[in-house]
Structure formats: C-alpha cells, structure tokens
Design a protein around this ligand. Structure first.
Ligand code: ATP
Length: 253
C-alpha cells in the first residue's frame, strides 16, 4: 500500500525554484534511494513531502490525508525522519536520545514505561547499542552516534522512514551497518526513502532509485532500468562504466 504520495510539487524560495513539478510515491516494503548532485533539491523535496517546507504547487498525501491537515505528532507517527544535520546540544545518555523517538506517541519526558520503553529497548538492540545505553552521546565515535540517530528514528516504529544522508562521513563498515539496519527495517515491512551520494551502495540496497537534477525528478525506477552511463553523465557530469553491479567512475566529462 502506498503511504506517501507527492504529486506535482514545486518549491520556491524567493525567486529560486528549488523543486520543480516533482511526483513520487513511497510504499511499505520499498527501499528507495534518492540521488542527485549537491544542490539538486533532494532535501527540499523530502522536507516538502513531509510538510516541513511550504510548497508553491502540488499535493502531499500521507496515508491518504493531506499532510498539512495532520499535526506534527500525527506525521511523526507515520514517518520517522533522520535529518541531514543532527545537532545534540547536550550530552544526554544514549537511551534518552533514542527515547526522543517516542515523543510522537505522547511519551512523557523522563523515564519511559510500558510500550514506549519496550520500543526503545528494541531500537537499542536492533542498532547494537544495548551495551552503550547509559553512555553520554558526547563520548561516542561517529559510527556509534550514527547508530544512535538511527535507533531514535526506529524507536518511533513508524511505517515509513526518511533518512537524509545517513551514512555521510562513516567508514565502509559503518556504512554497511547503517544500510543493513535500514534494509532490515524494510524487510520487516517498513518503507524507506534514503538520500545517498554513494551510487554503488544505493544500487546494491535500493529496490528503486529516484534521480534528481536541477530540482526535477528525471528518473524513477529499479537500478537495472535507471542506472546507466548516460544517466551518470547527465546527472553528475562524469563518464562511467557499469559492469553488473560494479560502477567505475572514470572522470569528469
Ligand atoms: N531557504 C532557501 N532559500 C534559498 N535557497 C535555498 C533555500 N533552501 C535551499 N536553497 C537552495 O536550494 C538548492 C537545493 O538545496 P537542497 O538542500 O534541497 O539540495 P540537496 O540536493 O539536498 O543538496 P546536498 O546534496 O548538497 O545536501 C540549493 O542550491 C540551496 O542553496
């Protein structure tokens, strides 16, 4: 079932067109990679899709309802959002940060109980953080912190997840770990839209790739159909060879 539908959405800021007539849908059971060069409009599009950014045209439907008619908590119960910038101003414990994922369920501040506490425990365990639950977040490595942010998103136990560059600045093992966690979430019935700059990893994990350039979606489909040397040349301005699942980027055009 399609949970999130974006129809002919455009976003302007001042006189600039950030997103131009974009349409896509995200359903449960899909791992969708959103790709495109810096400044293509990926973050603007996903923020618009969730109703966090005003649009100049188009519709955003979440579970059939216009997102703008849903409260922030109602939206958060349906879409867990892992933004690109994830400030943690205070050195809270890992468990407290992951618990933030339950606020959309009305969980109170302080120690969580019952179903909320169980959801936090499940998210900590899924992300391999049970042993780090009492650690302060300012003592963690970048890879551990990335897993904390994932766990916070998973703790919401929302049917959809939107993650904006969740593997930026992580080493290869940590990148696989995060993408494996998202894959497992999808295998268990979630739907994920993930902004990625690593084309190879996107092709390996995604069931669908949405390609953006200059604010427009220029292709949307399985890697086998949409990942081509011509696409990489058009979108990123690079020459590339593709052999099976291997992508060899040879240089700038
Ligand atoms: N509020 C704003 N006012 C003016 N321009 C903006 C505003 N927000 C974003 N932009 C511009 O819109 C363009 C698209 O930005 P966006 O963050 O959506 O791109 P992106 O594809 O997510 O980029 P990246 O891969 O670098 O994160 C950029 O050129 C950015 O400078």
């Amino acid at each position: 079932m399609t949970e999130l539908t974006v129809k002919n959405v455009s976003v302007h800021a001042d006189k600039s067109m950030l997103v131009d007539d974009a349409s896509f849908a995200l359903a449960r059971g899909e791992f969708v990679a959103l790709l495109g060069p810096n400044g293509a409009g990926k973050t603007s599009l996903i923020r618009a899709a969730m109703g966090l950014q005003d649009v100049s045209a188009g519709q955003r439907l979440l579970g059939g309802a216009d997102v703008t008619t849903l409260s922030p908590a109602e939206r958060a119960r349906q879409i867990a959002y892992l933004p690109q910038t994830r400030p943690l101003a205070w050195p809270n414990s890992v468990r407290d940060v992951v618990s933030l994922g339950r606020f959309s369920h009305g969980a109170p501040l302080g120690r969580l109980k019952g179903l909320d506490a169980e959801a936090v425990d499940r998210a900590l365990q899924a992300c391999g953080l049970s042993d780090l639950a009492t650690r302060k977040t300012n003592t963690l490595s970048g890879g551990e912190l990335a897993r904390v942010h994932c766990a916070r998103a998973f703790a919401a136990e929302a049917p959809l997840l939107i993650a904006d560059e969740p593997i930026a600045a992580l080493d290869p093992r940590q990148q696989f770990r995060i993408l494996d966690l998202i894959k497992s979430y999808v295998d268990h019935g979630g739907g994920a839209l993930v902004v990625l700059h690593d084309i190879q990893l996107a092709a390996r994990y995604a069931s669908r790739m949405i390609w953006m350039k200059d604010g427009r979606i220029v292709a949307d489909g399985p890697p086998a159909d949409t990942l081509t040397p011509d696409r990489l040349k058009d979108i990123y301005g690079v020459t590339a060879r593709i052999e099976g699942t291997q992508i060899f980027i040879e240089g700038a055009v």
